[in-house]
Write a protein that binds this ligand. Structure first.
Ligand code: ASP
Length: 347
């Protein structure tokens, strides 16, 4: 096994912002991002790695609440431009929307054969109890890890709190705890203890390896519509009749259920007839949509709603935006939504 400290190994760290590099604003005490140089000052350990580490900093550094398809594309193009020169990539990113960015990146990269590891922290890196140091150092180690010259994790991942996750299976589930992320429907790809133990059987390797291709078009004419008891016709109609709207993630109860009210079924049928693509995902963190299991989802299936099975909402919305941005027919989009592209859905 090639060690992570091999001299020829080179890692590109892309610092986009997030709490990991934030300090308290002197006037209003809010947390605002600072430059990567400041991060390096407090993590001298990075210099002790025996491989080449280069850094690119986004200007301005962003709170991840300000991420969107334009910034996802910026991250992807930065990796594409540097792809041949580096063995792995670490993306420092705010935790709030990290699961969305990881999902979006996973769909954009075709024939990926190097690690793209997103990480960040819950406490700024300059604070004594920060989780940022460990997250950053181990993410670099994972991005560098190879076996017989081949990257161990050629996927878009999130590394956080000693655990390596598939990015498009992850959700941020806790705003306070260091264990901020979870992947309920898919096992961890690795765990960091004294050694980093990889679960090779769960790691995704893209088939048909060829030259890297980065698809960078997204269509943001989409919405996430979360069902709740008491949702009314007026609200539902005005959302589904939004001018220009092309796709809807319907976040449903349990295994894909909605109220059986006639108006609701008619509303959905009308929307689909008018060309809207509707994808059903569950509000639950674990489990999957099984349309037709209950009467409350049978109508959706009959109306032509697509099952998102066990996809996270984060993966579903970014996948929908991605597919709508490609040169595909509505029928092709529906087929892709329901099947596995990058390990985001169980078949
Ligand atoms: N608001 C921050 C962000 O997502 C939170 C964090 O980094 O943990 O950029």
């Amino acid at each position: 096994m090639k060690s992570a400290t091999d001299k020829k190994t080179s890692i590109l760290i892309i610092y986009t912002g997030g709490t990991i590099g934030m300090v308290q604003h002197p006037q209003n005490r809010t947390l605002v991002p600072v430059s990567f140089e400041k991060i390096q000052e407090v993590v001298p350990e990075l210099k002790r790695f025996d491989f080449i580490i280069k850094t690119i900093t986004f200007t301005p550094a962003l709170d991840s609440s300000n991420m969107n398809p334009i910034t996802w594309i910026k991250i992807a193009k930065t990796i594409e431009r540097n792809y041949t020169q580096f063995d792995g990539f670490v993306v420092l990113h705010g935790t709030d929307t990290m699961a969305y960015t990881a999902s979006a990146l996973s769909f954009m990269f075709e024939n990926l054969d190097k690690p793209i590891i997103l990480t960040g922290s819950q406490l700024p890196i300059g604070m004594i109890r920060t989780d940022g140091k460990e997250n950053l150092i181990t993410a670099v180690e994972i991005a560098a890890a190879k076996n017989n010259g081949v990257s161990i994790v050629p996927e878009v991942c999130i590394y956080f709190d000693f655990t390596l996750y598939r990015g498009n299976r992850t959700v941020k589930h806790d705003a306070d705890m260091f264990s901020a992320f979870r992947s309920v429907n898919y096992p961890a790809l690795g765990v960091a203890g004294i050694d980093i133990k990889y679960s090779n059987e769960f790691i995704y390797r893209q088939e048909n390896q060829g030259i890297l291709k980065v698809n960078t078009n997204f269509d943001d004419n989409v919405v996430i519509l979360k069902m709740f008891p008491g949702i009314n016709q007026n609200v539902m109609n005005s959302i589904l009749n939004t001018p220009g709207l092309k796709g809807v993630i319907l976040e449903t109860f349990g295994s894909g259920n909605v109220p059986t009210s006639r108006w609701l079924t008619n509303c959905i049928k009308r929307a689909i007839k008018n060309g809207l693509i509707i994808l059903n995902v569950t509000q639950c963190e674990g489990g999957k949509v099984v349309m037709g299991q209950y009467q409350t989802s049978l109508e959706l299936m009959n109306a032509g709603v697509v099952s998102g099975k066990d996809m996270t909402t984060e993966a579903a919305i970014t996948k929908l935006m991605f597919l709508l941005g490609q040169d595909l027919t509505p029928d092709e989009i529906k087929i892709y939504l329901n099947k596995n592209m990058r390990g985001e859905i169980s078949e």
